[in-house]
Ligand binder design. Structure first.
Ligand SMILES: Nc1ncnc2c1ncn2[C@@H]1O[C@H](COP(=O)(O)OP(=O)(O)OP(=O)(O)O)[C@@H](O)[C@H]1O
Length: 240
């Protein structure tokens, strides 16, 4: 700073001997204004994370674990017309609704996106996202590849798109078989579809490998992505 712009010349005590506060005040006086305690970094904005990947890759497991280890995450509960599986809880895993009720939600424009997946409707309720973003929560959406493509069109690069993969095709098939939730016909469709879906990886921002027995490392990578995205200087605000 040139001496002409410097306010009143005040003596600044010697660094070696001065009291900390005395030095602080002298610097303030020399600069002509008090030091602010306001945060220097802009407040991070709520994030929308879209988690996708082939059926059986571990999306549900990853999101469940993320919610256990991280606060201020809201997992958007998807509405679906499929029937409830053993162990699932209505309103927690999905909102299980009739086909008729689902179509009424579509008519009322209550869904951010929806699709017919393996014969059942699945859709994302908008109001839930708005409510939780207003409270400062980061939003996690779990969609299939088709849903992710639609969301990319709607949200552009204002959301973060993460593709979850198994370490190999063979591992993915073993995992799906191990889950014992699919009929053999459904298994065949899901495995064939997974091959096609892998080609869509290029439309995503990040890819995470969920290797056998390595869910924890997968969660850590996802957390690092969230931290990095929230530390961006220019973070886009998604409009829902
Ligand atoms: N890292 C892992 N190692 C071993 N098994 C895993 C791992 N991650 C998930 N699994 C198992 O793989 C199976 C599929 O996981 P999950 O149901 O989370 O997949 P998904 O991607 O949500 O599937 P869908 O899209 O069909 O609902 C489950 O039985 C789960 O316990």
């Amino acid at each position: 700073m040139s001496s002409s712009r410097r306010p009143a010349a005040v003596p600044i005590p010697a660094v070696e001997t001065a009291d900390r506060m005395e030095l602080y005040r002298a610097l303030e006086t020399s600069l002509g204004s008090s030091f602010s305690s306001e945060p220097l970094a802009p407040a991070p904005k709520p994030l929308i994370m879209v988690i996708s990947g082939p059926s059986g890759v571990g999306k549900d497991c990853l999101i469940k674990r993320l919610r256990e280890v991280r606060e201020n995450i809201h997992f958007v509960v998807t509405a679906t017309s499929r029937s409830i599986r053993e162990g699932e809880v209505d309103g927690k895993d999905y909102f299980f609704v009739s086909k008729q009720d689902f179509l009424t939600m579509v008519e009322n424009d209550e869904l951010l996106e929806y699709a017919l997946v393996y014969g059942d409707y699945k859709g994302i309720p908008k109001q839930q996202i708005r409510d939780y973003m207003a409270k400062g929560y980061d939003i996690v959406l779990r969609v299939d590849i088709q849903g992710a493509a639609t969301l990319r069109k709607i949200l552009g690069d204002s959301a973060v798109f993460v593709f979850l993969v198994a370490e190999s095709e063979s591992e993915l098939v073993m995992r799906l078989i191990g889950r014992k939730t699919e009929t053999k016909e459904a298994l065949l469709v899901r495995v064939a579809t997974a091959r096609e879906e892998l080609r869509q990886i290029k439309n995503f921002d990040y890819v995470i490998v969920n290797a056998e027995g390595k869910l924890e490392s997968c969660v850590k990578t996802l957390e690092s992505i969230i931290d990095a995205e929230k530390a961006k200087v220019w973070q886009k605000r998604p409009m829902v």
